[in-house]
Design a protein around this ligand. Structure first.
Ligand SMILES: [Zn+2]
Length: 256
């Protein structure tokens, strides 16, 4: 078991346990306030276990991109936070309600290409914006897990947490939706939306080179990457760029 797998398990374990604790009578659809609280609690546990970078350059880079995406995408309805975790694996984590963590290994993989980094961050923002984890719970994706946790008591070991993590996998539709929104947010913020495709290609190469690879294990497991998805992203870029250009023009004329 790698360190990273335990990390992700810890996160999801915290989320699901809290969902069970707060979901009255089996209904696990959170209110907006509950969702924000669940995410905050999970982020506190995460930050007790793992080192958040205090390096001013990191903070400036990630917060700068994050705030630019929020402002340009007009997505300030969730309290987004953006932080770097000192973990070597290629990963990014979003928690319900706003917290986003980018792993050191992922920043390294982007090799200074801020368009790629912005694409990943915007993709995680979209999962939060569209409440994908909450939706999965509401749809019963986590039902078995919640029963196991309820009858077995608290999760005690990292192995149990990894088992919890293994159940989390965003659906294809949720991934496509997040990719499309990532293209929209990045382009509106003035980034090259092709950064998403460039990042996918890098990830794919890494997967091929090192498979089976604990380094990319988490990101591609929770956010499955296929050729169809990469092709679709290319097609979406052309469409979204046109849409956004029309929107920006209308906004310009309106505000003139
Ligand atoms: Zn995703």
């Amino acid at each position: 078991m790698t360190h990273t797998r335990a990390t992700s398990g810890l996160l999801v374990g915290a989320i699901v346990l809290t969902a069970f604790a707060t979901g009255c009578g089996g209904a696990t659809i959170w209110s907006r306030e509950e969702e924000i609280r669940v995410g905050r609690e999970a982020s506190e546990r995460l930050e007790e276990e793992y080192e958040v970078s205090r390096n001013p350059a990191d903070v400036a880079l990630i917060e700068g991109i994050g705030q630019r995406l929020v402002a340009a995408g007009k997505v300030d309805d969730w309290p987004f936070t953006f932080k770097v975790l000192e973990e070597r694996s290629v990963n990014a984590v979003s928690l319900p309600g706003g917290p986003i963590y980018i792993f050191r290994g992922l920043i390294d993989l982007t090799e200074g290409d801020e368009d790629e980094l912005a694409a990943v961050m915007a993709h995680e923002m979209a999962h939060i914006q569209k409440r994908h984890v909450s939706k999965m719970i509401a749809q019963g994706v986590f039902t078995n897990l919640i029963i196991v946790l309820a009858t077995g008591g608290a999760v005690r070991t990292a192995a149990q947490l990894v088992a919890v993590m293994a159940q989390l996998r965003f659906s294809r539709d949720d991934e496509y939706e997040s990719d499309r929104l990532a293209i929209r947010y990045t382009y509106r913020a003035g980034y090259d939306p092709n950064g998403l495709v460039r990042f996918f290609e890098k990830l794919k190469r890494l997967e091929k080179e090192e498979s089976p690879d604990p380094v990319t294990f988490n990101l591609t497991r929770t956010h499955p990457l296929t050729d169809a998805r990469i092709n679709r992203a290319r097609e979406e870029i052309a469409k979204v760029v046109q849409e956004v250009n029309a929107e920006l023009e209308a906004e310009y004329l309106r505000d003139k």
